[in-house]
Design a protein around this ligand. Structure first.
Ligand SMILES: [Zn+2]
Length: 382
């Protein structure tokens, strides 16, 4: 067996209503800085967790200025606000953008390093404030990853990757996800599937633990995605999605994602396509492109989803896997083509060039992918 390392958050709480019991997890801290977005505040999702913290004697400052694909200036403003408030712990409560912002606030509010100095792997020195992450979508798995992605002013997405960004506690409370409408439910759910698939077929750092997590994640997501789209308040299905999303996050935190994410990134940074949707739009063309190198992996995943395929050849099983994933996308209530999200045919060469800037992810792809390939894949997705 090859040698490997595996990193993950030290503590995970998976429990209905856990968001109302965060105070005991903060172990004597006095002032919590809660990072979220205005939509969740308007939806009333923040009220009960914040009230419970206050009832337990904590001061609470709610910062609701997170934006999707968090721009650098939004992150830095949140860091300043946490410093000014004098908070001594951070709670990320929201979707992936809130959790990614919370990671950097917990780090930079306590560390002398500027954000510009810590982009890239393992450049942050810390210290950081105690951090609890509470996802309200089942998608990014950000609560279980050491990465925070920031949109820089030059239309780039840059990642801070540091073990310091694992939270002290990840809290999965599916009740927080019940009200998410079908479209974002579908988009985030497909994103989680892509995390599992890309972790399982990545060229680097794949290992027995990430494989086991990716398989279990994909089983849960495959089984429950249709249910949560059809009936948002199905708590058991929501729990399946939230657990699947975190397991996929644990997997790709160690076995990194690849070309689907690399091709999705420019759709977000240039056209503000939501992250999950961007992945869904390019997923099937990239799966097909990767088939010559990743076919055996797809066949294994197919058999994990459908034991009836144990008698099928690898080729048949891999095709069945791609068909299953294509069906998940096709049945999701969301745009299906790049042209439906405001992208014109003559934008595609620029996107292909931009995707080549995401080498940190392309390097993980099971099959070498150049700019010509990227243009073909975007054209197929258009
Ligand atoms: Zn993703």
């Amino acid at each position: 067996m090859p040698s490997f390392q595996f990193k993950t958050p030290p503590r995970i709480v998976c429990e209905r209503g856990a968001a109302l019991r965060l105070a005991p997890l903060l172990q004597g801290r006095r002032h919590a800085f809660v990072i979220t977005d205005a939509g969740l505040v308007r939806a009333g999702l923040i009220d009960a967790p914040v009230a419970a913290l206050r009832k337990a004697g904590l001061r609470v400052t709610v910062h609701d200025k997170v934006e999707a694909d968090p721009p650098e200036h939004v992150v830095l403003a949140a860091v300043d606000a946490a410093r000014v408030a004098g908070a001594d712990c951070v709670i990320g409560l929201g979707g992936g953008s809130s959790l990614d912002t919370a990671k950097l606030v917990a780090l930079l509010a306590a560390s002398p390093q500027p954000l510009a100095d810590i982009y890239g792997p393992q450049r942050a020195t810390g210290p950081r404030l105690p951090l609890i992450q509470v996802p309200t979508t089942a998608g990014t798995g950000s609560e279980a990853t050491p990465t925070s992605v920031v949109s820089t002013p030059d239309h780039q997405k840059r990642g801070v990757i540091s073990s310091l960004l694992f939270p002290d506690v990840a809290v999965l409370d599916a009740q927080l996800t019940l009200a998410l409408p079908p479209a974002p439910t579908a988009m985030t759910g497909v994103d989680a599937m892509v995390h599992a698939i890309e972790a399982y077929t990545t060229r680097h750092l794949k290992n027995p633990i990430s494989d086991a997590l990716a398989v279990r994640a994909l089983q849960l997501l495959d089984r429950h995605l249709g249910r949560v789209i059809a009936q948002g308040d199905d708590i058991e299905a929501r729990e399946g999605m939230l657990l699947g999303s975190m397991l996929a996050g644990m997997a790709f935190a160690n076995a990194p994602v690849a070309a689907i994410h690399a091709l999705a990134h420019p759709l977000g940074s240039h056209f503000h396509v939501p992250h999950g949707l961007a992945n869904a739009l390019v997923m099937v063309p990239v799966l097909r492109f990767n088939l010559p190198e990743a076919g055996a992996g797809y066949a294994e995943l197919a058999r994990a989803l459908n034991p009836a395929l144990h008698g099928a050849s690898d080729g048949e099983a891999a095709e069945a896997f791609i068909a299953t994933m294509a069906q998940h996308v096709a049945q999701a209530p969301m745009p299906q083509r790049l042209r439906e999200v405001g992208i014109a045919a003559n934008d595609l060469p620029m996107l292909a060039e931009a995707a080549m800037g995401v080498q940190r992810l392309l390097a993980n792809n099971p099959r070498e992918l150049n700019q010509t390939h990227a243009l073909v894949l975007y054209t197929q997705a258009h």
